[in-house]
Design a protein around this ligand. Structure first.
Ligand code: CA
Length: 243
């Protein structure tokens, strides 16, 4: 991290004790921390202060976390980590639909919290303005809409590209067919969610080593799909066990 200014984190949390604890720990890691105690103040600061990352509680006075992220997403691509007391899978889907990048379910440890923050900051930094999405052997350039696997160019249709990008943006998260339909085909698309299944099938033919036994785009029965890019070894950071 040479010549990089300290990342600025906006912490939007109404519980004073938790806010103070998280602030203290973030500052301990060398981050600059801005805080807000309610939804409207949080949204105003998120838009006016251009933080590098936003940590947001789901339940906030004035404006709840989901509405806040929806408003924020019209203007900004800043990574958002949401704190939530609800842990069911459907809540995660609803939250992802709103545009949050990651979730932490309360109660959580400070160590886990800091790790998630670090991961989102690294991801944002690596992806620049999110032009490049990379996971495992797959790489997508979002502006030029080109895709590679193991440095081989992939020939994807526009819909296949959008579908893969949507899945990769939310690696490890379950995305419902309806959500994918809305995100990739648009809100006014009149069709059924089997459209998604057909495109996933085509996509698997192109990206899976064995399309009949998918390793990257996994089916979550009764719900939708989940992307798992596989282990990504970060040579800068994770070499502590090498001797
Ligand atoms: Ca709260």
């Amino acid at each position: 991290m040479v010549n990089k200014s300290k990342p600025r984190i906006l912490l939007i949390e109404d519980e004073a004790d938790l806010r103070d604890t998280l602030k203290l720990n973030l500052k301990g890691q060398g981050y600059k921390v801005l805080t807000a105690a309610d939804g409207p103040e949080g949204l105003r600061k998120a838009l006016s202060k251009a933080p590098d990352l936003v940590v947001l509680d789901l339940m906030l006075p004035g404006m709840d976390g989901l509405s806040l992220v929806r408003s924020l997403r019209r203007e900004s691509d800043v990574p958002v980590v949401m704190l939530t007391a609800r842990s069911s899978e459907m809540d995660k889907i609803v939250g992802l639909e709103s545009g949050a990048d990651d979730y932490i379910t309360k109660p959580f440890s400070v160590g886990e919290f800091l790790a998630r923050v670090r991961a989102q900051l690294r991801r944002a930094q690596r992806n620049g303005v999110r032009d490049v999405l990379a996971s495992g052997s797959l790489k997508l350039a979002l502006v030029s809409r080109r895709a590679w696997q193991q440095d081989q160019v992939l020939d994807l249709s526009p819909k296949e590209f959008s579908l893969l990008a949507e899945l990769m943006r939310h690696e490890h998260a379950v995305l419902s067919r309806d959500l994918l339909l809305t995100r990739v085909w648009g809100y006014d698309y009149i069709g059924d969610s089997r459209t998604v299944d057909v495109h996933v099938h085509w996509l698997r033919e192109k990206v899976e080593a064995d399309p009949s036994r998918p390793q990257l785009i996994l089916t979550v029965r009764g719900v939708g799909y989940r992307f798992e890019g596989g282990v990504e070894v970060d040579m800068d950071e994770e070499d502590e066990d090498l001797e």
